[in-house]
Structure formats: C-alpha cells, structure tokens
Design a protein. Structure first.
Ligand code: ATP
Length: 365
C-alpha cells in the first residue's frame, strides 16, 4: 500500500492528476491575482508564474513578514486590485534546480480543496524560488492555542477545526491521485482563514530530512512523529493519522506535544474519564464533557501503537462529524427546553393575570 503512496517531491512524474471534480475548486480561482508580466513566463499546470519584480512590488519590497518557517520567511503581499496573498521565499541555498522546482509546483498546483491552503502562484526568477499561497488572516492553530494574546477558541470552534483538518487530510489521502502523505502535520501547519475555518498547509514540499533540528534521516517535527516511523523508517498514511491524533489532543488540552503532552495523555488514559483532568482549563464549564471524552477517544485511536489498528482518515472524519452533529442536536434541544421554559412562564403569568382580572371584575360587580 505504501508503495503506491506519494509524498510529492521532484522525483514524481508530473502526469499525475487529482481525481474527483467535487474536490476541485473553481478553475477561475483567484482571478484577482493576475500577474502583471505573466506573458514573459510560461506557467506550469495552470498555476500563474510571476516575475521577481511582480513579487517585489506586491510585497512592497518584502516589508511585511508573516512568519519564518524552515524553508525561509513568509511575506504578506497586496495586489493593487486588492487581493492579499502570502509569499513563501524558499531558501536560496536550496539544492533544488529550476526543473525540479517547476515539477514540484505543477504537482502542488493539482491539489485543490477548501481545507488546504491552496497554491495560487509561483516565481522562479533571478535564482529565487517563491511560492504564493492564499492568505490566511487568522494565522496558525498553534498561535491560537498557545498565545496568551489570542482570544480563547470555543469548544464549537475546536470541533469545526478538527473536522476541517480531517477533511483536508482526507482529500490528500483519498482524493488525490496518487495519494499524498503530508509527513509534517502539526498545529503550526494548520492555518485559519477570517471565518476561523481551518486549512492544512505545507503539504507536498520536498524537505531536507530533518528531525529535532538535526539531520537524522527522519522527516517531521519532534512531538508529532509516529514512533513506528522512528523504528522502521517507513512513513505511511497511518503516520499522518498519528500526528493528527496529537493535534486533536492539542485542541482538547492546549498542552504542547513538546511539553510532555503524551505523558499527560497516557496518565489520563488510565481511567475512562481521565481526560477531564487534562482538559484545557479555559474549556471547563464551557464545553460538554461527554463530547470532549468522545473526541479524546478518537484521538486515542489515532495514536494506537500498531499503525494498522489506527482508523483511516475517512473513519476519523465520520467519528468527528458524529460528535459535531450530536453537539448541534443537544444544543438545539437545549434551546428548545429554554424556549419551552419561557413559554411555560408566559403561560403562568397569563393565568395569573386572568385570575387577577376576574377578581377585579368580581370586586367591581
Ligand atoms: N498562507 C499563509 N497565510 C498567512 N500566514 C502564513 C501563510 N503561510 C505561512 N504563514 C505564516 O508564516 C509562518 C511560517 O510558515 P511556514 O509554513 O513557512 O513555516 P512553519 O509551518 O511555521 O514551519 P515549518 O516550515 O518548519 O513547517 C506561519 O507560522 C504563519 O504564521
């Protein structure tokens, strides 16, 4: 199975395609981001190619930095006509040649889904490699969970974010042909748009194989890596499922995986309601504990030490959807109870009033 799976890198043939029109976004997408000097550059896979000068202008000479990743800095760019994008500048010491970079772009350009941070353009010019993505104004999930300056994510938002991520991975695993393994799922790679909808970022880039800052022959980020991958050196879809299980626990507990999250999770797993003890303090009294326990049960399954016993991403999506539906139903019936309470009160008041008016009538008689 793993042999058929591809994480995109420059060794893959560009003739691969993405199946399922339901996954594809509009072909005319991001028409506002129209390259000013497109004609001078041939584009690959329908992804517009830009000159370095275009990008310089759009980023106001690279002034607004959005963040720094392992590939290099990411800048905000604004087009004269109003479209905002994020420009990822790939390190200029990259060993990747122009042809390999074009191949990578053409493969990335085929992946489109509403829960993926979509590539909308690229630039290979003057020895520079730049990738242009849709702008995600609410930044990363990691910042939203761990930064004290951010507002608290509600339980409802966390459930929606979990489902959005799951759908993004489902597209990569089950919608793309050949399937794509992300290899570096983590809360820092989940970005949120202005409506707080989550999208998976950083998929399909061929990275230097790094682990914990050192070149160890392993891909991924410490705290999120499937232990089986460390021992076997085989990365499968189930390794992505493991990383997603960690993200689910981050949503539930707000404990960072590099701050002993797994130790807390293992301790909590010793009793059926153990998750109550590690629930994000900011959620206490603000979420339905049964739902939190159900989501923790899904996360536990994703972390199963035997990879084949972990659920597929389709099964994970279904399980989260079930929790979310129950949440909606409970809230609707709760609201129903509230309304019926108010209705009862109004009826009581009306009865009191009619009693009072009949007494009044008797007095005046
Ligand atoms: N499309 C985007 N819209 C808005 N901000 C973005 C976008 N892409 C990246 N950023 C910001 O830039 C930062 C760096 O992003 P990048 O993907 O390069 O690295 P990372 O995911 O944080 O780390 P790594 O490269 O090690 O995976 C992010 O944390 C985010 O704040």
């Amino acid at each position: 199975m793993n042999g058929e799976v591809t994480s995109i890198d420059s060794s893959v043939s560009p003739s691969n395609s993405v199946k399922g029109s339901n996954y594809l976004s509009k072909s005319s997408q991001h028409s506002w981001w129209s390259p000013q000097s497109k004609d001078r550059f041939a584009s690959v896979s329908g992804i517009p190619r830009y000159s370095y000068k275009d990008i310089q202008k759009a980023t106001q000479n690279f002034t607004t930095i959005l963040g720094q990743g392992s590939f290099g800095p990411v800048y905000k760019a604004t087009m004269a006509i109003g479209g905002v994008v994020a420009v990822k500048v790939l390190a200029s010491n990259s060993k990747q040649g122009e042809k390999e970079f074009q191949t990578e772009v053409s493969l990335l350009g085929r992946l489109h889904h509403r829960n993926l941070v979509n590539l909308v353009g690229y630039c290979v010019d003057k020895g520079q490699h730049l990738l242009i993505y849709e702008f995600m104004s609410n930044g990363s999930l990691a910042r939203l969970i761990y930064s004290q300056e951010e507002r608290i994510l509600s339980w409802e938002e966390r459930l929606q974010i979990a489902l959005d991520i799951s759908h993004g991975i489902e597209y990569l695993h089950d919608g793309a042909v050949p399937p794509v393994i992300h290899r570096d799922l983590k809360s820092a790679n989940i970005l949120l748009d202005r409506s707080m909808r989550a999208k998976v970022a950083d998929f399909g880039l061929s990275k230097e194989e790094e682990f914990d800052g050192r070149n160890s022959g392993l891909k991924g980020t410490y705290g999120y890596i499937d232990p089986t991958y460390i021992s076997t050196n085989k990365f499968t879809m189930k390794s992505d499922i493991y990383s997603f299980g960690i993200i689910l626990f981050e949503l539930i507990t707000a404990i960072h995986p590099q701050q002993n999250l797994m130790e807390y999770v293992n301790l909590a797993s010793m009793s059926p309601d153990g998750v109550d003890e590690i629930l994000d303090k900011r959620l206490i009294g603000e979420c339905n504990i049964v739902e939190a326990r159900s989501l923790a049960a899904v996360a536990h399954k994703c972390l199963h030490k035997t990879p084949r016993k972990r659920p597929s991403i389709g099964e994970v999506s279904q399980a989260i959807l079930k929790i979310k539906r129950r949440h909606k139903e409970d809230n609707t019936s709760f609201a129903g109870e509230d309304i019926s309470g108010v209705v009862n009160q109004i009826e009581l008041q009306q009865m009191e009033l009619s009693k009072m008016s009949s007494v009044k009538e008797k007095i005046t008689e």
